[in-house]
Structure formats: structure tokens, C-alpha cells
Ligand binder design. Structure first.
Ligand SMILES: *Cc1c(COP(=O)(O)O)cnc(C)c1O
Length: 403
């Protein structure tokens, strides 16, 4: 417990946590379960190419999402690249996408030969603003909308569907954050022409590396399977180019274990999130980004906006102080993709065009959750944040002197 500002690690005090607390924790299964499922892989001597574990996982994912097709792929980035080809998006086309997202959402478009058309996001929900999408649709050469369900918060799927249909263009989603979440009670995975999930180690559902594409359109699904490789396709259908985004048995094994733990991990995350909210409820200048009321949510992302004027310290100052205590909170996502190379130089027209994105990039931070946290650790993190607020003026002055 810190009493004086000099107790803060940033000013030379003792570090609060001996072990670092990460955002995006790996939720590891018990070793016995891991060994049992991997011994099956070794005895079958079958490592990849649409093996039995992959087939089982795909069926289980279709059940989880209640979707007709789940196509497992190497990772979400490759899933997005294959998706662009499966959707028939021609090279040189422009795709509406938020700049406030993980780099891969945008970079996958570039790999597919497409150009991002950056749109701003909604200040409350952090997902694509329907208003700015409507305006962007007036520009020439738009062939698709790629929405991102950021922090698991759903995009305005009905509105975007309608706008896309009016113009005869595609709409698809980066659902990397939204596994297990619902929109109007229906699982994410059922919206747009297709949706892409990530099973990266930092996601709540993990196969180490991995991902899947989901769609209720069987023809589109068959193109995706053919793009992925000849293994696992049901029919031979023409595709523009092979993608080889295969999914190995080792990935499938980890995925099956993660699926068994999925409900419990969501529940655990929900409790962690609730504890943070409860403990920080009265701290001025902090706003949690919450899932929509009445929907299911994996609660994987404990995301806050910091209002410096009310809290007394900037987001960057808070992050600096917490990181020195081994609380590796993150400034996700900073800067926006419109300010990152190559886009800031190739598409300079967007650099000053996304005020909400820039605003959020300066205020958003993410706190650690998952298996490695517990109530005591969350309380200690919250006590520190409260301490930072209560001593904000003094701390801000000392941080200034340090520079
Ligand atoms: C993790 C993530 C990705 C990339 O997923 P990979 O499986 O690592 O390729 C894409 N978009 C978002 C929003 C992500 O968080």
C-alpha cells in the first residue's frame, strides 16, 4: 500500500507486483488434459491437412455460434485475407474500415490488394460510426465495409447491412474480440457476409495461433475452403488464388481444450470486470466501455477512457505509473492506423480527418484481466489508481520534473 508519492515505483519506491501483470492473459489448460489430447496426435501421426481434431473443432464452433459454416484458418489475419478473395473484392477496390483497430484488420486489406477507406468511430461505442460510413459511401470505388466489433462491442450490423445492400457491396466483420458475444441475442458469427475470429494466445478462446471464418452462405464457405487448401474442401470450386491458411492438429487440440473452458473463462472475466467497475465506480474521469445491456459478452477487454481534466492525470501518466509497478496496462490502440506507416504517407488525406479516433487514441487504456488476476490483485491495482487520483497534482508535478 502506497502512502506517499515517493512510494511509487516511478519515483524510486518498491515495485507493487513482483510478477508482471499482462493485458491479454493466456488461459492455460491443465497439463494432464494437454498431454492426453496431444498423445492422440502423436499416435495418429497426423499433424495437419484437415485432421480429425480440426474437423471436430469446426463442428463444435458451428454449434457454439449456431452458424452453418465455421472454417478454421491459420490465424485471423490470413482469414481476413482469404475472406477478401472469397468475397470477390477486386484489387484496387476501396474498403471502408475503422482506423481505430488492431493493425491486422487494415493490413489484411493491403495484402489482398485493397485500399483502406478510413472511417471514424462512434465516441460512445468505439465501433464504426454509421454516419461516417454513410458519408464514405459517396466516394468512388467502394467495394465493401469491414466493421470491427472492437472490445466485443457489436457494430451497427442492421444499419450496415442495409447501407451495403443499397449499393450492392459486401459487408464483413473482424470479430477477433467478440467470440461468444451476442447481438440481439444472436451469436456474433452470423452477421454480414462473413465474420472472422482470432484464436491468438491473447484472446479468450485460444489455439495458440489460429482463427476461423464463419458464414451462413454455403457457396461462400466453399470458396473459403478451396482458398484455404484442397484438404477439407467439399467441392472443387474456382478461386482466384490459393491461400494455404491451413490449421494444424496442434492448434485444433489447444482450441478444443480452450472450448471446454470457454464458458468458465467468460464467467471469470465477467467477475474480474465487475470487480474493477465496483472498485473504481467513484473515481472521477474514468469511463468503462461496457457491453450492450442484455447481451452475452466474453468480458475479455477491460477498457477505460481517461478524462484528464477530471482524473487529474493524463492517460499516459497513469499508464506510465502503473507499468512501473509491473501492471502492464496498455494504450490500445495508439496511434490510429491512419497515422501509421504506410498509410500516413500513402493516404495522407486521412491523417487529420478522424477526430474521434484521435481523441480515443489519447484516452483509452486497458487493464489486466484473465487467469493470472484475482480479487486481491484487482483490488491492489484499483487502490493504486485511486492513489494516483488522490495525489494527482503532486504526481503530475513530479512527473514533469522528471522529464
Ligand atoms: C488479434 C486481432 C487480429 C489478428 O488476429 P491474428 O489471429 O493474430 O491474426 C485482428 N483484429 C483484431 C481486432 C485483433 O484483436
Amino acid at each position: 500500500m502506497k502512502r506517499l508519492t515517493s512510494d511509487l515505483a516511478v519515483f524510486g519506491g518498491p515495485v507493487e507486483f513482483a510478477d508482471v501483470l499482462h493485458v491479454g492473459q493466456i488461459n492455460i489448460p491443465e497439463k494432464e488434459r494437454f498431454e492426453a489430447i496431444f498423445s492422440g496426435i502423436f499416435s495418429r501421426r497426423y499433424y495437419t491437412n484437415h485432421g480429425p481434431l480440426q474437423q471436430e473443432l469446426e463442428v463444435r464452433l458451428e454449434d457454439l455460434f449456431r452458424v452453418r459454416n465455421a472454417i478454421a484458418v491459420t490465424n485471423a489475419t490470413i482469414g481476413l485475407m482469404l475472406a477478401c478473395k472469397a468475397l470477390g473484392l477486386r484489387e484496387g477496390g476501396r474498403v471502408i474500415v475503422p482506423a481505430f483497430t488492431f493493425a491486422a484488420s487494415v493490413q489484411a486489406l493491403s495484402w489482398a490488394g485493397l485500399m483502406p477507406l478510413f472511417c471514424d468511430v462512434d465516441p460512445d461505442t468505439h465501433v464504426l460510426s454509421v454516419e461516417s460510413v454513410r458519408a464514405a459511401l459517396e466516394e468512388p470505388g467502394v467495394c465493401a465495409i469491414l466493421g470491427v466489433h472492437l472490445w466485443g462491442t457489436p457494430c451497427g450490423v442492421e444499419e450496415l447491412r442495409r447501407l451495403a445492400d443499397e449499393r450492392g457491396i459486401k459487408v464483413f466483420y473482424d470479430a477477433a474480440h467478440a467470440i461468444g458475444n451476442t447481438i440481439n441475442g444472436l451469436s456474433v458469427g452470423n452477421f454480414g457476409d462473413l465474420e472472422v475470429f482470432s484464436f491468438h494466445a491473447t484472446k479468450i478462446f485460444s489455439s495458440g495461433e489460429g482463427g476461423c471464418v464463419t458464414t451462413n452462405d454455403d457457396e461462400l464457405a466453399e470458396r473459403l475452403r478451396n482458398l484455404r487448401s484442397s484438404y477439407g474442401r467439399r467441392m472443387d470450386v474456382p478461386v482466384p488464388i490459393g491461400g494455404y491458411g491451413r490449421f494444424s492438429e496442434a492448434q485444433a487440440a489447444l482450441g478444443l481444450l480452450s472450448l471446454e473452458d470457454f464458458a468458465a473463462n467468460c464467467e471469470m472475466n465477467g467477475r474480474r470486470f465487475g470487480r474493477y467497475r465496483e472498485r473504481l465506480a467513484d473515481v472521477p474521469g474514468l469511463r468503462f466501455i461496457l457491453p450492450p445491456a442484455g447481451e452475452r459478452s466474453n468480458s475479455q477487454y477491460v477498457v477505460l477512457e481517461v478524462d484528464e481534466a477530471l482524473f487529474g492525470l493524463s492517460r499516459d501518466a497513469i499508464v506510465k505509473c502503473l507499468q512501473r509497478e509491473n501492471i502492464l496496462c496498455r494504450r490500445y490502440f495508439t496511434p490510429g492506423m491512419h497515422r501509421c506507416l504506410p498509410y500516413s504517407s500513402e493516404l495522407p488525406q486521412y491523417v487529420e480527418s478522424l477526430p474521434v479516433t484521435d481523441f480515443l487514441c489519447s484516452r483509452v487504456m486497458q487493464l489486466p484481466s484473465g487467469q493470472q488476476m484475482d480479487d486481491n490483485k484487482i483490488d491492489a491495482v484499483c487502490d493504486l489508481i485511486i492513489f494516483l487520483h488522490e495525489n494527482a497534482e503532486n504526481i503530475a508535478g513530479r512527473l514533469c520534473e522528471q522529464q
